[in-house]
Write a protein that binds this ligand. Sequence first.
Ligand SMILES: [Zn+2]
Length: 277
Amino acid sequence: MITGNEIRTRFLKFFEQRGHTIVSSSSLVPHNDPTLLFTNAGMNQFKDLFLGKEKRDYTRATSSQKCVRAGGKHNDLENVGRTARHHTFFEMLGNFSFGDYFKKEAIAYAWEFLTEEMGLDKNHLYVTVYTDDDEAADIWHDQEGVPRERIFRFGEKDNFWSMGDTGPCGPCTEIFWDNGPEVGCDSPDCNVGCDCDRYMEIWNNVFMQFDRSADGTLTPLPKPSVDTRGSSPTTTPTCCAPLSLLSKRSAARSTATTSTTASPCGLSPTTVGPPPF
Ligand SMILES: [Zn+2]
């Protein structure tokens, strides 16, 4: 059995082997960000790098960030305890590119980690892209061989990230694990994107591609970046359900959970826990 600690280590090592610097989790209370009461995403400590205000001696980073879901807009706090994937305290695994690699590599890394490093069955995986992000859809199909019928397109609410009304923003692509019909809601419409626990988001690649001006104009960023598994202070951090959600049927094994809130199945999908393999 793989423990949560092992998954975390393997994730960080996987990305370290691919040129990423392992960066420690930052404090749960941000030191220098007056817009945040608590750290709520892996990307928080890298905000100034994404905005080009800060330079470090690396352009690729990976981290396991402790996060709190405690309040604020669009953070799904009301879902805590009601679903198997919303919790108040969790770790968010992430890999980040600051003007380095972009969609092709980010998608390849995600797919390789899940299907090869973790050995997840591709037949249980689906992906989503932003409605007009043909580039991402084509990468999923042409590069990774994901059948078109397993690639779903969603709009701004689900597959477009922004830090606020203006500033860096862009489409995202997500990966879902199908827990099977027995945990679904039995609705005839139950499919990827349903609010029930059948299709669980386990990965999100955010492509910071544009700079949005006050009048809504999207200008391509000179150096687009990648924030994987990230969420922003102003968008819904549902994109952080890590691999432990896959251990839904094995709640007793979630040894590495950091959740402070019990879910219906006693699991901590937004923490790092053991997978079902
Ligand atoms: Zn459903």
